[in-house]
Ligand binder design. Structure first.
Ligand code: OGA
Ligand code: NI
Length: 356
């Protein structure tokens, strides 16, 4: 096994396959019909919007994943975050550990994450959109105390805070636009979901995947689903992200496109729409000789949101498939198990599924 620590080695059934499927990729959706107006979807040519909504709905249903182009988020902002991110990760460990996360300061830098005792081969830097972000202080459902999360910003690169906050602003705007299209695709008013994000708990993660001598045994990020509402992910030119195709369960590589964002439906949308759209598994393959950088924006609702199937999307024929769960408690539980490195399954939406 060479120099690989056994803690990184995936069980045989989860190992990367060397033959990568690229044939039928995830849909690429051109958002240019929205470019002419900054906010109001209603200002633009209705038939173009209708077609866009149809494409988004079909991609959410068939794949749970798609890429967007002509999305309105400036390329320079993405280039800046990429260049600053590279400078940050290129520092030695000691410097990076100055902003290391812990159980109190949950945002910042860390090296790898344990999932069921297997480690991801990566380094991470997390920061929240809102400063502070309000979140339950404990996972006890009866404890109503709220705590505040603050970001940790390093001294170097000095422009990191400003660059990242500017990028975050563009991501929020894009994510909310996409939520409007998703709402319309479900037959709902465009702004149906907006209220949930007023006091959002969203954050941005920078994933840095160093080259790995054994990319056939180890994953950069093990198979998982994203727990929030929507993820807007940018990746550099090094491929690695694989999506589990719904039609046959094969892992399909998401080809890097310059200036595109990769969008995926998270667990919260799955619950809100009562399984009309599903959150899809994905993972990250490593390269033997190239480092890779990716930076997802996780759109998360306010901590006080009780996540449950929307009344508008359920009826007697289609009764709610989930019991309500409190988003803040869910998130706090997730965070806690990250630090405990528990060898048990993390909290998941299927724990709230109604078996009828
Ligand atoms: C994640 C994730 C994919 C990637 O951080 O949740 O799925 O390409 N990342 O890094
Ligand atoms: Ni993910």
């Amino acid at each position: 096994m060479g120099e690989i620590d056994p803690a990184f080695v995936q069980a045989p059934e989860h190992r990367p396959k060397l033959s990568v499927i690229e044939a039928e990729g995830i849909p690429v959706i051109d958002m240019s019909p929205l470019l002419s107006s900054d906010d109001a979807i209603s200002n633009t040519d209705p038939s173009a919007i209708e077609e866009l909504v149809r494409q988004v709905g079909s991609a959410c249903k068939e794949w749970g994943f798609f890429q967007v182009i002509n999305h309105g988020a400036p390329l320079e902002s993405k280039q800046r975050i990429e260049s600053v991110g590279k400078k940050f990760f290129a520092q030695n460990l000691e410097e990076k550990k100055k902003v290391r996360r812990d159980i109190v300061k949950v945002m910042g830098y860390y090296e790898t994450e344990h999932t069921k005792n297997v480690r991801d081969w990566k380094e991470v830097f997390d920061f929240t959109m809102e400063e502070p972000t309000l979140i339950p202080a404990s996972i006890d459902p009866d404890d109503k105390e709220i705590t505040e999360w603050y970001n940790q910003w390093p001294e170097f690169p000095p422009e990191m805070r400003e660059t990242f906050q500017e990028y975050a602003h563009h991501m929020e705007k894009l994510a909310l636009k996409l939520m409007e299209l998703i709402a319309m695709s479900l037959g709902l008013p465009p702004k149906q979901f907006h209220g949930f994000f007023k006091d959002q708990t969203s954050w941005i993660r920078l994933n840095y995947y160093p080259p790995c001598p054994n990319p056939d045994l180890v994953l950069g990020c093990g198979r998982h689903k994203d727990s929030g509402a929507l993820t807007v992910l940018a990746q550099d030119e090094v491929p690695g992200l694989e999506v589990r195709r719904k039609s046959d369960g094969e892992w399909v590589l998401v080809k890097p496109l310059p200036d595109a964002y990769i969008i995926n439906v998270g667990d919260v949308i799955q619950v809100w729409c009562n399984d009309a759209y599903e959150s899809v598994e994905h993972r990250v393959m490593l390269s033997a000789d190239k480092a890779r950088l990716s930076y997802p924006f996780f759109l998360f609702p306010a901590h006080y949101t009780n996540v449950q199937p929307l009344e508008e999307l359920t009826d007697e024929q289609n009764p709610p498939k989930y019991r309500p769960y409190n988003w803040g408690k869910f998130l706090a539980t997730r965070k806690r198990s990250n630090f405990m490195k528990l060898d048990v399954e993390n909290i998941q939406i299927h724990h709230f599924r109604i078996n009828n």
